[in-house]
Design a protein around this ligand. Structure first.
Ligand code: MSP
Length: 515
């Protein structure tokens, strides 16, 4: 067992007030791609996702559905959330639910420690609260008494609560972001956080007395812990906060992926909580943009949520995984459109990638009886591959998924151009030795390029790349696809001559147009 610290990636834990939509899938897929890529770098990676089950929003939905909150959560977790992650091939290592005993006990212990350290005090909260955000709001957060995000009226709370001395960490947080520009990304997110911290930072109410669906405050059991205080701790409780000696093998988290609407919780409150407990803060919080419908954040509450199955039933899981990371710069908002998805599916996936695979495997079958010919090299291709791998790896390091995919696509286009230029089908018609050698070289090089493409696209489209890997017949000699290292992929000439290829099903079948 290695003692190396894992590269630790998290998604937000999702509210189980409803079934997932493609906005939720977007973050989880991004985390999965990052996880798989880092695993292919040879790193030990820990990927966590889960569900946020306490709070008023979940309670209200359960009540409206005549269910007790826990049975409601059980039902949604088991019938909707977990099956979706399975269907989308999410390779998470753990799934935390905030109603689990391991979480609840560790949260209570953490809070008690903060109180003992003098960071928790009794006070009165008076002001607006948005149940949709589960957030105490400031007047500036509202438009005509409504939450800016949910466009719904807020509640006015007046409660005796426990408070966390958030204000005490303002300077330390500012210092942290000044010293570590990478700790909050992209740039726009960091600027937002810094300018928030430069303003007035108020202490935070961290309990609710008018709600019972939550973790009891250990020393005042009439109150429950504020759902965000409870939820943020999932990242640490899931890896053994305060109890497991292995905690430091995972903590601090390397990347918290979050949507931009929940940036402040992650980049202000969460590190302050950790600072109060004298624990290391996460290495990076990355805020991605929203999927929009009609210019607004897609959401179930606004009835604009698109279920992932609406897309996967049509285009398949891998094209779904591919599309959003390819089409929208991570960090920016983007709209989903069937036309754009359809166009990219056809041109980039079916034509550029899928056809290259089908025709190469078919030509190997036809001209070489399904055996990889003699090892060859083509400096233009192998050189381009080296720079592709370097650039894609660099792009992933800065969570530029679109950039990484574009690099790989470019390489794919280059290989297509090579095949078109060499016209192997014409070479095959000539019987002289020179043309035969050329045909052999062209097909060897194309097969090698496909090997590299399978490795490079594997984190985004694992099922498709596995089909290609199998068709190339390389598992026995080169090992499992998931074990192929990014650092080794550009080494040309890896497929041994004589390797038996096999039939490949169409990777991206033609899609019949529908109304
Ligand atoms: N439970 C909190 C998170 C607690 S993390 C300690 C929460 N849950 S949520 O279910 O409402 O949202 C979870 C994530 O989904 C957020 O990052 C949010 O930005 C993201 N998305 C919800 N709708 C989205 C889009 N339309 N587009 C992209 N992401 C979206 O907040």
């Amino acid at each position: 067992m290695s003692e190396q610290k894992s590269f630790y990636v998290t998604t937000p834990i999702y509210y189980v007030n409803d079934a997932p939509h493609i906005g939720h899938a977007y973050t989880t897929i991004a985390g999965d791609v990052l996880t798989r890529w880092h695993r292919q770098r040879g790193e030990s990676v820990w990927y966590l996702t889960g569900t946020d089950e306490h709070g008023q929003k979940v309670l209200n939905t359960a009540t409206a559905n005549n269910a007790d909150p826990l049975s409601w959560c059980d039902r949604l977790v088991n019938d909707a959330w977990k099956p979706l992650w399975q269907q989308l091939n999410i390779a998470n290592d753990d799934f935390i639910r905030t109603t689990e005993a391991r979480h609840e006990s560790r949260v209570q212990k953490f809070l008690t420690e903060l109180k003992d350290a003098g960071y928790i005090y009794a006070g009165k909260f008076e002001g607006p609260y948005c149940v949709g955000c589960e957030e105490f709001k400031l007047p500036a957060d509202l438009i005509e008494g409504k939450c800016k995000i949910h466009s719904k009226p807020v509640e006015i709370l007046s409660e005796d609560n426990w408070f966390f001395k958030l204000s005490a960490f303002r300077e330390q947080l500012l210092e942290h972001y000044r010293k570590n520009p990478n700790a909050c990304q992209p740039e726009s997110a960091r600027n937002e956080v810094v300018s928030f911290l430069e303003g007035e930072v108020r202490d935070l109410s961290i309990s609710r007395s008018t709600l019972s669906w939550g973790i009891p405050v250990p020393w005042d059991t009439k109150q429950v812990i504020y759902v965000w205080f409870d939820a943020l701790l999932n990242y640490a409780t899931a890896v053994g906060l305060g109890e497991s000696k292995d905690f430091s093998k995972k903590w601090p988290a390397d990347i918290h992926l979050v949507g931009k609407d929940i940036l402040r919780f992650h980049a202000v409150i969460w590190p302050a909580m950790l600072m109060a407990a004298k624990l290391p803060v996460p290495n990076q919080v990355f805020a991605h943009g929203w999927l929009l419908v009609a210019g607004e954040k897609m959401s179930k509450s606004k009835l604009t949520g698109i279920a992932p199955s609406e897309i996967t039933n049509h285009f398949g899981v891998d094209a779904f995984r591919y599309y959003f990371l390819r089409a929208i710069p991570f960090g920016s908002d983007g709209s989903f459109s069937w036309e754009d998805m359809s166009a990219r599916y056809t041109s980039e996936l079916a034509n550029d990638f899928g056809n290259l695979a089908s025709r190469t495997i078919a030509m190997l079958e036809k001209y070489f009886d399904g055996k990889i010919p003699e090892v060859a090299n083509e400096p233009k291709l192998s050189g381009a591959l080296q720079s592709t791998v370097k650039a894609a790896d660099l792009a992933i390091s800065s969570l530029d998924f679109q950039g990484a995919i574009l690099q790989i696509l470019e390489f794919c286009k280059l290989v297509n151009g090579y095949v078109t230029e060499k016209e192997p089908w014409k070479l095959a018609k000539q019987s002289d030795a020179v043309n035969k050698k050329e045909l052999s070289d062209v097909l060897y090089n194309t097969a090698e390029a496909l090997r590299a493409l399978a490795v490079l696209f594997n984190s985004v489209m694992p099922q498709t790349c596995q089909k290609l890997w199998r068709a190339l017949g390389v598992e026995k000699t080169l090992g499992k696809l998931a074990d192929q290292r990014i650092s080794n992929v550009a080494k040309w000439g890896q497929i041994p001559a004589g390797t038996a290829t096999s039939k490949i099903e169409i990777l991206f079948p033609k899609i019949e147009a529908e109304e």
